[in-house]
Design a protein around this ligand. Structure first.
Ligand code: ANZ
Ligand code: ZN
Length: 817
């Protein structure tokens, strides 16, 4: 029979869509707008299986919404700054742009071949000066609002890459990129003040409950880590400054028998006495080589150093010793903790090691921690705590203690967050230069807007080698400038911005490609945003999604956008794995996308991915059968080739059962797509193909108008997943291109319920009766009904039954003994 040639179809339709601009939105207000967005790719080599899956998912959405009559914007661009380009450039003694833009070209061609319904007219690359001009502009606006600032701080330092790393780039104490153990360094760095938005980042998640996966929201909540408690001041005799701790359990204050402060904070070197300084300094050095995760691990043996000073417990008046210990982090809370040994396990372990008092202040009914070595957590009446007498629940205890402390002027209620400000400085070349000039007379001077972009100087190969400072520092012609304010000698900031800055606003730029008056035209953004559907990997569940939410809120506060959450719905697709494992070079289990496409064609590869399982679950390529997909697609195509009725024929008189099946299937598919069960939708398409084939071959035949209708449904639904074969089918059906403009068919509700079907009853192969039954009848019921028929009993004539075959609801076949 007829076959479609996948390769020819790919070439033909890709060219057609491009020339026709099928997927460029009208943006004329004639239709409601919808913005479908895939997380933009990083140009590392060609597209891989992971991209193929994510973009196939996003395309289902974009094509579905377009067919449903929306004006869809589905743009594409590249996140094209970043370290891999720089490393490649050093290795090849070339410019990072060469590697970057060559890879972008390769990927762009692959995207086009992959049949995605993308609008290429909005294409952007974050490494283009015309893009990073606005990244720099936004940085300056943030700085004006106090949201970008510089401070000296301990930063994660990769000794091999010679660069600062964000906390997130440190994985188990190792550099995310090269695997070297990460150490600490003190440097003056640029930060974005994300912490100022901590509450809003949490509270606005309410807007996302309906459209974002719960696990992503949970990850964001934990990352922000809001924690309610109190600051408590412990006076330090001989000093004007108290030590302030943050605690979630101020109600245990009478039990605080020691203080512990972070070794690497500001306070410790100030208060340590001379006798203890050497020991302290040795401990500090040791701490610097430890990762945050090691430091916080609960089952690690506790260590610390006494600083030679004692503080005063503000309620009991007890003199309590002050230690440093690595389990207290400098950057969380106040960097100081009160040790309530009986009710906190880490404090208990520490107290037991150093022979400190373990004071029980809550009678929990559990064994005394002095004996058991286990801190008690349960509520109970407070004991040895005069101000909390008569109270026995934590909430009241905490509130009462906070009130007492407030009255004494020794503390207050407080909220802290795990979230830290975003360190955005990178001592790297291939990023957006920070648009600041340092002048001895004027200090930090912003580059005037009309001098943006601050373009990167031309450096290649070994110029880019890490030297501990930014490679930009070596470009002295570029670095030395006149101060924009006083005209005196000044130097440019030599850091570049973290690439997460670039990706925090690209979706706004898509609304206003090429706009010269700002990062985007607020009018364009108002028309298109928020994004209706965002699609991308769960690896971005925290950082990218948090940072882009932060940017949006800051832009809202500047009056540039009128919403606070940019993405209405989020779909995290699973990974494509092979033989049960993530694909990797070292395992040698990589699957090459190009090869798969060569062997099976784009349509079959996409269909295989979508059909493999629910979108958010991992799919194992080893378990799948792209050749099965090829067969199915040919089968679907043959339906269209077989149809002999004219386009536009009224389906009303056609085969009633097929019509009912087609409309029911269409209703199901619609619902499956809306609820992101794309794999089930594909299964339903397959069923409809089978039902239609049956009617062509053994039923009403290819001229029946219901066959044409079912076939059109198949083509349209299939176009979400396998667009090339769908266009070919559409053409076979005598319809004008493109199927993307066909519109989603309307379900005829009156066809959804069929009252009854006829069941044929055979005895020894001869028809002996007919029954009108419900289409959903079960086998048992059908057996009973069939055997109860008089004509059947007559035919059996008292013989035993050897075998009974039931094909509900249409056939019962009885073989007598
Ligand atoms: C005394 C206490 C008694 C505490 C008790 C807990 C239980 P979350 O909930 O994660 O916010 N803490 C405070 N600052 C710290 C720092 N910089 N490094 C390490 N630990 C720190 O944890 C808050 C609790 O963690 C605080 O409450 C403090 O210990 C500790 F029965 O204070 B708690
Ligand atoms: Zn100056």
């Amino acid at each position: 029979g007829a076959r479609y040639d996948a390769r020819a179809a790919q070439e033909r339709w890709a060219a057609f869509w491009e020339a026709d601009q099928t997927f460029t939105p009208l943006d004329d207000g004639s239709k409601e707008r919808r913005y479908v967005l895939d997380m933009f790719p990083y140009p590392s080599g060609d597209l891989h299986m992971g991209h193929a899956e994510a973009f196939a998912m996003g395309d289902v959405w974009a094509r579905f919404l377009k067919l449903r009559g929306y004006d869809v914007m589905h743009p594409i661009g590249w996140d094209s700054f970043g370290l891999p380009a720089e490393n490649a450039a050093i290795k090849r003694n070339a410019h990072p742009a060469e590697w970057t833009y060559a890879n972008i070209d390769t990927q762009a061609n692959s995207f086009k071949r992959y049949g995605l319904s993308l609008d290429w007219s909005r294409r952007l690359h974050t490494s283009d000066p015309e893009y990073y001009r606005w990244t720099q502009w936004l940085f300056l606006r943030f700085r004006e609002r106090g949201l970008a600032y510089r401070k000296a701080s301990w930063v994660n330092w990769c000794p091999k890459d010679q660069t600062v790393l964000a906390n997130e780039q440190v994985i188990n104490g190792e550099c995310e990129r090269c695997g070297s153990p990460v150490t600490k360094r003190e440097l003056t760095q640029w930060f974005f003040k994300v912490t100022e938005y901590a509450d809003r980042l949490l509270d606005d998640m309410e807007q996302l409950e309906a459209g974002w996966p719960e696990r992503v929201l949970t990850m964001q909540r934990n990352w922000i880590g809001r924690s309610e408690g109190a600051y408590i001041d412990f006076a330090l005799p001989g000093s004007d400054e108290p030590i302030t701790v943050f605690t979630t359990r101020p109600d245990t204050l009478y039990g605080a028998s020691f203080l512990v402060i972070a070794p690497d904070g500001k306070l410790a070197p100030k208060i340590v006495t001379d006798d203890h300084r050497a020991e302290f300094e040795a401990y500090l050095e040791k701490t610097k080589s430890e990762t945050e995760i090691e430091r916080q691990s609960t089952d690690r043996e506790k260590t610390g150093v006494y600083l030679g000073v004692d503080a005063i417990n503000p309620v009991s008046g007890a003199k309590i010793p002050v230690f440093v210990a690595d389990y207290v982090l400098a950057e969380y809370g106040t960097g100081a903790v009160m040790g309530s040994a009986a009710h906190d396990q880490r404090d208990l372990d520490f107290a037991r090691k150093y022979g400190l008092p373990i004071l029980v202040v809550i009678d929990s009914g559990q064994e005394d921690p002095n004996v058991s070595g286990i801190a008690t957590k349960a509520d109970g009446p407070y004991v040895n705590s005069p101000v909390l007498e008569g109270i026995s629940d934590t909430e009241t205890g905490v509130a009462t203690m906070i009130k007492v402390l407030q009255e004494k002027g020794a503390g207050r209620g407080a909220t802290t967050y795990r979230l830290r400000d975003w360190l955005l400085s990178r001592q790297r070349f291939w990023g957006a230069p920070i648009p600041i000039i340092h002048c001895e007379a004027c200090g930090e001077v912003p580059v005037p807007d009309d001098q943006l972009p601050v373009e990167l100087p031309y450096l290649t190969g070994t110029d880019l080698n890490p030297k501990g400072t930014s490679p930009l520092a070596a470009a002295t012609d570029w670095v030395n400038v006149d101060c924009p304010t006083c005209g005196g000698p000044a130097t440019r900031d030599t850091d570049t911005m973290d690439t997460f800055v670039d990706s925090s606003w690209y979706f706004f730029r898509y609304c206003s490609p090429g706009f010269e008056g700002g990062p985007f035209d607020p009018e364009d953004v108002r028309r298109w945003m928020p994004v209706a559907q965002y699609v991308g990997g769960v690896e971005h569940a925290i950082l990218h999604l948090l940072y882009m939410r932060f940017f949006t809120k800051a832009l809202y506060d500047m009056g540039l956008v009128d919403f606070t959450e940019p993405m209405r719905r989020l779909l995290n697709q699973g990974q494509v794995i092979n033989q049960g494992k993530s694909m990797s070079k070292s395992l040698g289990n990589g699957v090459d996308l190009g090869e798969q496409i060569e062997n099976f064609g784009v349509d079959a590869v996409r269909l295989t991915m979508i059909f493999a399982g629910p979108p958010e679950e991992d799919i194992d390529w080893a378990d799948l059968s792209p050749s099965g997909s090829v067969k199915f697609l040919q089968r679907a195509y043959r339906l269209a080739a077989d149809v002999t009725s004219e386009p536009g024929v009224d389906p009303a008189g056609g085969d009633a059962t097929l019509r009912s099946t087609a409309h029911r299937t269409l209703a199901d598919i619609t619902q499956c797509i809306e609820t992101q069960r794309f794999n089930v939708a594909v299964a339903r398409i397959m069923e409809l193909v089978n039902a239609t084939r049956k009617v062509i071959d053994t039923g009403a035949g290819p001229a029946d108008p219901a066959v044409r209708e079912a076939c059109e449904f198949v083509a349209i639904a299939l176009s979400l997943v396998s667009p090339y074969v769908a266009e070919e089918m559409w053409e076979q059906l005598g319809k004008p291109p493109s199927i993307a403009n066909a519109g989603w068919p309307t379900v005829d509700e009156s066809l959804l319920t069929i009252e009854s079907v006829t069941c044929v009853i055979q005895v020894k192969g001869k028809v002996r009766g007919r029954l009108e039954v419900s289409p959903t009848i079960g086998e048992d019921e059908l057996r009973e009904l069939a055997l109860a028929e008089e004509s059947v009993q007559r035919a059996l004539d008292g013989r035993e039954i050897a075998k009974i075959i039931i094909r509900a609801p249409k056939l019962v076949s009885i073989v007598p003994a």
